[in-house]
Ligand binder design. Structure first.
Ligand code: AMP
Ligand code: MG
Length: 427
């Protein structure tokens, strides 16, 4: 596959400055550079939950295939309903779901009918059973309880034959599996699952199970990254902790790029970083080092590494545990969805009143960890979780959403409405 050079993408963005890149511009840059997985596989519909539909699914049938009753009651001809006063109808027979009434229905007659039963020929309206009375074996229907056409489901009202039932690019959800089943479709074409390799860099990192030497921390980023990738439904390839050694780093990057569509690393991309991560990244492909106008998560590397024609997209995330998660949600998540072939829209935000004033500098996007709640008045409010340090992972764990303060926004007054990205369904 041929790529547009990263420099050409940058030149399309007005005022592109890698040392003060607004979040929106970084997002646009990434969306322009990532390739889409092309390979398609066919899966049984139950195995396709969360996968990306590769082609439009066109309905081969009308669903429902026939007009049918939406209620238990009596099917009748609306022309038989008295304009005023009660209507009395004889019962010609019964129609059940799966055992329809076959005969003719003479004028002045109705058919006892169950939900889902095919409408008998010529009948167009269903009166629910609870609106009727049986009087001497006849059905008494009071005036005004139904109108012509009520409680009848029309053939094709759910899906019309020949029309797309689902569009390519859709991430399949529970309702979609049901919809596919309603078409009688056992299998569905989906894009191959995206492969994402990841590793942590830093000599101070220890893996679980190792003794925690003086000055060291346990590697937590590999666990948050792994978990965020699980939620996206991609194949996550854990390559461990790589020590700060040029040869070890080079081997890890090469192996990752050879086996994956995307490579995510954490650590080693800050300004003035003493370690070798940045230097090695540079030698393996086209890699840019950004300072993004955001907090947390300022430094980030982005690029393509690996053998020409078989490159992987590189996301070099900062090392701080909160910055890793914030940059993942701000940039990586959407990029991986696009690479998976998904046409997902932006994440929904809640507008909530800030419980306290928040200090905010205009000219950068800030992501504060918040607890959002719905008051008894139905209004959302949000308060910040304790310390907002980018190394304080507890702030993410306690939060149920990210307060997103936009690039232009200044200080927030108490009671002012702010955007909150809820974690529910995302995390
Ligand atoms: P760096 O971006 O490499 O300068 O790292 C910034 C901070 O994040 C340092 O305090 C690191 O110790 C910490 N850090 C880096 N990688 C990890 C990791 N995988 N798990 C936990 N903390 C990390
Ligand atoms: Mg480091």
């Amino acid at each position: 596959m041929t790529h547009t050079a990263l420099a050409d993408i940058a030149s399309c963005l007005s005022g592109y400055d890698p040392n003060a890149l607004p979040v929106a511009q970084a997002q646009e840059f990434i969306s322009r550079m990532v390739p889409r997985v092309q390979a398609v596989e066919s899966l049984a519909i139950r195995s396709a939950l969360g996968r990306v539909l590769a082609r439009d699914v066109v309905s081969p049938i009308d669903v429902p295939a026939h007009d049918n009753s939406a209620m238990d009651g009596f099917a009748l001809r609306s022309a038989d309903m008295a304009a005023e006063g009660d209507t009395l109808l004889m019962v010609a027979g019964t129609g059940l779901a799966g055992a329809q009434f076959e005969g003719d229905v003479p004028a002045g007659h109705c058919v006892r009918i169950m939900t889902g039963a095919v409408m008998p020929a010529g009948l167009d309206t269903v009166v629910p059973q609870e609106f009727t009375k049986l009087v001497d074996g006849q059905v008494l229907l009071p005036a005004g309880v139904v109108r012509a056409g009520d409680n009848r489901r029309l053939a094709g009202e759910d899906l019309k034959r020949g029309e797309p039932a689902l569009r390519a690019g859709r991430v399949l959800r529970p309702a979609d599996l049901g919809l596919l089943a309603s078409l009688g479709q056992a299998e569905v074409p989906v894009r191959r699952r995206l492969r994402v390799a990841f590793f942590s860099t830093g000599d101070e990192l220890r893996s679980i199970g190792e003794p925690l030497d003086a000055g060291c921390v346990y590697d937590s980023n590999r666990y948050t990254i792994w978990a965020m990738l699980q939620r996206l439904g991609v194949e996550a390839i854990d390559m461990g902790v790589v020590r700060d050694d040029p040869a070890a780093l080079e081997t890890a990057f090469r192996e990752a790029a050879a086996c994956a569509d995307a490579v995510i690393t954490s650590g080693g991309v800050s300004v003035g970083e003493a370690d070798h991560t940045k230097a090695v990244m540079k030698t393996l492909g086209e890699v840019l080092f950004w300072k993004i106008a955001m907090r947390p998560g300022r430094p980030m590397a982005i690029g393509r590494i690996g053998e020409p024609g078989r490159e992987a997209v590189l996301f070099g995330l900062p090392g701080n545990p909160v910055a890793v998660m914030v940059t993942f949600y701000a940039f990586v998540r959407e990029a991986l969805l696009a690479m998976s072939g998904a046409t997902a829209g932006p994440l929904p935000l809640i507008r909530a009143a800030s419980a306290t004033p928040i200090r905010k500098k205009a000219g950068r996007t800030e992501y504060q960890r918040g607890i959002v709640e719905r008051g008894t008045d139905g209004q959302w409010s949000v308060r910040i979780t304790g310390s907002q340090g980018s190394g304080v992972l507890r702030s993410m764990s306690e939060a149920n959403g990210l307060i997103v303060l936009g690039h232009e926004q200044g200080n927030v007054a108490a009671g002012e409405l702010v955007d909150v990205l809820p974690f529910e369904g995302l995390i």
